[in-house]
Every structure is written in structure tokens, then in C-alpha cells.
Design a protein around this ligand. Structure first.
Ligand code: NAP
Length: 281
């Protein structure tokens, strides 16, 4: 029997790690699937859905710029996708299109794995783009006492925080604000691209890390490099740290579970995929 087709769509897409992540798991589990990538330009999502149906795709992952523009084509959205108003995993099932979002749960799983509980904690998120928004909203849903969001474009942070006014508060991304907020922060998360490989911009001032309580954890959603300047400095200050690789791995494992309907062993899959990714980085 022919393998069932899965893929990731986006633009740009050539450098996506999703085919490696998914094909590693598919091979390890001997699943009857094959996972590829397809370049789908902004505005072409309707055309893509028709192609996917015609070519018998059973599911796909969506990344930039399609996580939001795909929503009108989805018949049933899960609660996570509704919460983030974004879809990263699509399944064709029983003549319906199902949309899921595994970004927030992927990050949460990596945080819990580190032994960090979110309930009653104060979380400070730097950034209000796609990844930062999903993580910030997940922290609210997971019972955080307060979620501060700092962003260069303050309007974006304000519109995100308007979703849960009693729990979320928007701030301009300034060192003064970071220093003030750091004092009461339990979980600090960088959701900007500052410090990402290939981007020549990084945090200019990391002095706010010294203002964090000694028990705080510093997280970076960036997975390449594995240890950003932010995480290195936090470790020098003996703070607990978490990189973005866990979020990348776990969002992928959850997505493959949805697309194939197969229960996966998270520890085993994460370790296999990590080994494969290590060959690339
Ligand atoms: P995005 O939607 O484009 O958001 C980018 C964010 O970075 C925005 O908040 C933007 O602020 C901020 N930013 C960019 N350049 C900046 C600068 N020079 N100074 C201050 N802020 C700046 O991108 P995204 O998809 O959320 O990705 C953000 C980061 O998360 C990337 O590094 C990506 O690698 C990482 N990520 C990780 C995973 C994972 O699985 N671990 C998944 C997705 C993304 P403005 O709104 O003011 O422009």
C-alpha cells in the first residue's frame, strides 16, 4: 500500500526542520506515512487546500504566513487553535477539515518537563508575535497569576493583552520596564527573534537578568543557537534556563499524533529527533 501523504506548508519553507522531525518519528514507529514540504505563497491557501485534497494529503502543518489565513477553510477548530486564533496542524478526516494548534502545549510540555509549574506564577513574555502570543495565552490558561507582555510595537502587545484584561498587561519593550518587571517575575520568556541564528540583532542590555529572583527560570523560544546570549548570561547568574528545542520537538510530536491518530512515546521520540537535529546544528 502507498504511504499516506503529510507535509508542512509555508513561505519560506526550504529550511523547515519539520520534515526531519516528522520523518524521524515516522521511521522509528514504522508508520505508513511520508512527510514532505510544499512552498505555498501568501494568498494561495485556497488553491493549496484544493491541491491537498486532489493529491490525497491526509494532513499538513502550517507555518508562516498561513497559521491565520487558513482559519476560514477549517470546519472544526480545537480549543487551542481557537485560543490562539491560529492553526498549525490540519487533518482531513470524514470529509471535514480539522484545525489544531500545538505550539502552546509544546512549550508547556517542555516547561513541565523541567519541573516548573505555571499556577500562581508571574510570567513575563518579551515579544507579541505568533510564538510569543501562543505561549503567553497558554500561560494564562495554565493558571498564571499574571502575564506581562513587552513588545517593540506596543499596540500588538495591547491587543494581545486585551484578550484577558484581568491577567495580562502590556508594556513597551524598554530596559527600564524589563528591570522593573524582572523583580517579580518567576518565568521570563523571550519570544522575539533577538539572538536567533542568522539575525544580526540581539539584546543590547541584559542587566535585567540580575533583577530576577534567584528562583526564576529564563526561557528562550529560539532553538538555534541552542544556547543564546540571553541563556548564557542567565546561566552565569546561576538561573535555571530552558531553550526552544523542547517546544519545537513537542509541538511536532503532538502534531504527528493528531495527523496519524497514533499515540507516541514522547521521551523516545524527543531523544531520537534531538539526535537527528544535532547533526544539522
Ligand atoms: P513573529 O511573529 O515575526 O514575531 C517576532 C517578534 O520579535 C515580535 O514580537 C517582534 O516585535 C520581535 N522583534 C523582531 N525584531 C526585533 C527587534 N529588533 N527588537 C525588538 N523586537 C523585535 O515571529 P515568531 O514566529 O513569533 O518567531 C519569534 C521567535 O520565536 C523566533 O526566534 C523563532 O525562531 C522562535 N520560534 C520558536 C519556535 C519553537 O518551536 N521553539 C516556534 C516558533 C517560533 P514587533 O512586533 O515589534 O515587530
Amino acid at each position: 500500500m502507498q504511504n499516506k501523504k503529510l507535509c508542512v506548508i509555508g513561505d519560506p519553507i526550504e529550511h523547515s526542520k519539520s520534515p526531519i522531525i516528522h520523518n524521524t518519528m515516522i521511521k522509528a514507529m514504522n508508520l505508513p506515512y511520508v512527510y514532505d514540504y510544499n512552498k505555498v505563497a501568501a494568498g494561495d491557501i485556497k488553491k493549496w487546500i484544493e491541491t491537498a485534497k486532489r493529491e490525497n494529503y491526509v494532513g499538513f502543518n502550517a507555518t508562516m504566513p498561513h497559521k491565520v489565513d487558513i482559519i476560514p477553510f477549517v470546519d472544526v477548530m480545537d480549543d487551542e487553535a481557537k485560543l490562539y486564533e491560529a492553526v498549525n496542524t490540519v487533518c482531513f478526516r470524514d470529509d471535514k477539515i480539522y484545525g489544531f494548534n500545538t505550539d502552546g502545549i509544546g512549550f508547556l510540555y517542555s516547561l513541565l518537563e523541567k519541573g516548573v509549574e505555571v499556577g500562581e506564577k508571574t510570567v513575563t513574555v518579551i515579544g507579541a508575535g505568533g510564538a510569543a502570543s501562543a505561549v503567553a495565552l497558554k500561560m494564562v490558561k495554565e493558571g498564571a497569576m499574571k502575564v506581562n507582555v513587552l513588545n517593540r510595537n506596543i499596540e500588538k502587545a495591547e491587543s494581545l493583552c486585551a484578550r484577558f484584561k484581568d491577567k495580562m498587561q502590556a508594556f513597551a519593550f524598554t530596559n527600564q520596564n524589563l528591570n522593573l518587571l524582572a523583580k517579580d517575575t518567576d518565568i521570563l520568556i523571550n519570544g522575539t527573534s533577538l539572538g536567533m541564528g542568522g539575525v544580526d540583532r540581539d539584546f543590547e542590555d541584559l542587566s535585567f537578568l540580575s533583577a530576577l529572583p534567584k528562583t526564576a527560570i529564563v526561557c528562550d523560544l529560539i532553538y538555534y543557537p541552542e544556547k543564546t546570549k540571553l541563556l548564557s548570561r542567565a546561566q552565569e547568574l546561576n538561573l535555571n534556563t530552558l531553550g526552544g528545542i523542547g517546544m519545537l520537538l513537542y509541538q511536532g510530536i503532538y502534531a504527528l499524533e493528531y495527523m496519524t491518530g497514533t499515540k507516541l512515546d514522547f521521551n523516545k521520540m524527543a531523544s531520537l529527533v534531538k539526535n537527528e537535529l544535532a547533526k544539522l546544528f
